[in-house]
Design a protein around this ligand. Structure first.
Ligand SMILES: Cc1ncc(COP(=O)(O)O)c(C=O)c1O
Length: 484
């Protein structure tokens, strides 16, 4: 039987949870701990042996699913393999143990990494300057929008509106709203691209910015980009590039050369640092020349053979976080950039496109692929027809995928495609993995017709079966209490 007890439930007061002679040493130990740090009530600690603790946590860690355990085709999230050399360098005590209040002289190496990573990102994105401080994609969006707000304030222009396509990730309208703007949605056309006629109707001198994800959340490269840039720039509307999907264009095109004024990157996606479960991340923001003065608080500079942090001028939007950047994430990304080199980078986007298109071709005669006419790095399958015919939901399909030992793709996003699965294989998967995954999806499709209950009751092979998502979100039990 599978062991489902939590560690507190394993507690047995015949077992002591320490293995040295505390009584003999107790006095010395206690004398050396400041009074304020002593807890005189340890009755909540479970009584388990060291061996039990090790087994308990190793068992739990084995239940975890991640990019190191299997295929993780989570669309929009770029769950690519994270090379171990990144971790090895970031784990070097000379980096890992550094204190944020260390003097500039002591952290020359850290500042050099920040400086050089920034330079590399300037080159990769084609922007004029990059700020590394934001620590998530959404944080980058908020920072970028504050920069745009400050730009118009400086020009003494009131621009209360942000345009966002209806295919956008939820963080785009959320960030715009937190930054104090009104959000106006721009429709997609029948093929999933920005509807140019709708855009033309919505632009005006009241609009501060148009936030675009490119390739968009359907995995499509905006075909009318030149036209979009012209329509916006004629009215000085700033073009924002949500770089969460940058993986698709790495080594192929640069946002700064295609007309964008602001970009945020998700280093925790395209630049191969681990993510999931809310962090840690890094969402650097890049801008063109006219916006440099508005960048956040500090900049890493190199002057007179010395690196240092320099305060930006009076137009800066100010600091957006404590200290400067999520250093270990920036460091891992820098190692990734350097280890791939120019040659490796130039192939990256193309390989991501190749994998997505290969998988798309394997599946297209079985499934309705909403992304037509061509796919970039990800694609969206609509299961609406199957759901209508079988009374199953997209969640039933997704849960059945777990039974075959894979992470499910993103479900029900983008919102404009009903009952959808969004698949992003990334460039780090082999042909064999993609063949196997396609085989499994086709098998599940067959099962949905011949034995729909299999899908309804799935997953059956996972340690935890189907959870009540609403209850888990609304009333999560995060803390053990003896009385419950
Ligand atoms: C298209 C897009 N934009 C923005 C974000 C937000 O990034 P983060 O989760 O790092 O805040 C995501 C995250 O999934 C995304 O897919």
């Amino acid at each position: 039987m599978k062991d489902k007890n939590i560690i507190f439930e394993k507690s047995n007061n015949c077992i002591s949870s320490y293995s040295f002679n505390i009584e003999k040493n107790e006095k010395d130990i206690l004398n050396n701990i400041p009074q304020s740090l002593l807890n005189d009530n340890l009755s909540f600690m479970p009584d388990v042996s060291e061996g039990d603790v090790a087994r308990h946590f190793i068992r739990l860690s084995n239940r975890n699913y991640g990019v190191d355990t299997g295929f993780y085709p989570l669309g929009s999230c770029t769950m690519k393999y994270n090379p171990k050399i990144n971790e090895k360098v970031a784990g070097n005590p000379d980096f890992a143990n550094i204190h944020p209040y260390s003097s500039t002289e002591r952290v020359q190496g850290v500042l050099e990494v920040l400086y050089k990573c920034r330079e590399a990102l300037v080159e990769i994105t084609g922007m004029d300057e990059i700020d590394l401080s934001p620590c998530a994609g959404a944080h980058g969006e908020l920072t970028g929008l504050y920069i745009i707000k400050a730009y118009f304030k400086n020009k003494k222009e009131e621009r209360p509106i942000i345009l966002v396509p209806d295919s956008a990730h939820g963080t785009n309208p959320a960030s715009a709203s937190v930054a104090g703007f009104k959000v106006v949605s721009v429709k997609s056309d029948a093929d999933g691209f920005v509807d140019i006629d709708d855009l033309k109707q919505k632009v005006s001198k009241d609009v501060a910015c148009f936030m675009l994800t490119n390739p968009n959340t359907l995995g499509l490269y905006e075909k009318n980009l030149d036209q979009i840039v012209k329509i916006c720039h004629d009215l000085d509307i700033q073009l924002y590039y949500d770089g969460a999907n940058l993986n698709a264009i790495l080594g192929i095109s640069k946002p700064g050369e295609t007309g964008f004024d602001v970009v945020h990157l998700n280093l925790h996606k395209s630049f191969a640092t681990p993510h999931g479960g809310g962090g840690p991340g890094a969402g650097p923001v890049g801008v063109k020349k006219h916006l440099i003065d508005f960048l956040p608080g500090e900049n890493v500079v190199y002057k007179n053979n010395k690196y240092s942090l320099e305060k930006r001028g009076s137009l800066s939007i100010g600091k957006v976080r404590s200290f400067y950047a999520n250093f270990s994430v920036v460091l891992k990304s820098y190692v990734y950039i350097v280890s791939l080199g120019k040659e490796g980078f130039s192939k990256l986007g193309l390989l991501a496109l190749l994998n997505a298109n290969y998988l798309g071709v394997l599946l297209k005669e079985y499934f309705d692929i909403a992304t037509k006419p061509h796919i970039m790095h990800e694609f969206v399958i609509s299961l609406q027809k199957e759901c209508d015919e079988t009374h199953l939901t997209v969640m039933d399909f997704a849960k059945r995928i777990l039974d075959y030992g894979y992470h499910a793709p993103t479900v029900s996003f983008p919102l404009i495609v009903h009952s959808c699965l969004m698949v992003e294989p990334t460039e780090t998967e082999s042909k064999e993995t993609l063949d196997k995954f396609a085989e499994i999806l086709i098998k599940i499709l067959e099962e949905s017709k011949t034995n729909p209950d299999l899908l309804k009751n799935s997953p059956v092979n996972t340690p935890i079966k189907r959870v009540d998502d609403v209850m888990a979100a609304r009333t999560p039990v995060l803390k053990y209490s003896k009385d419950e």
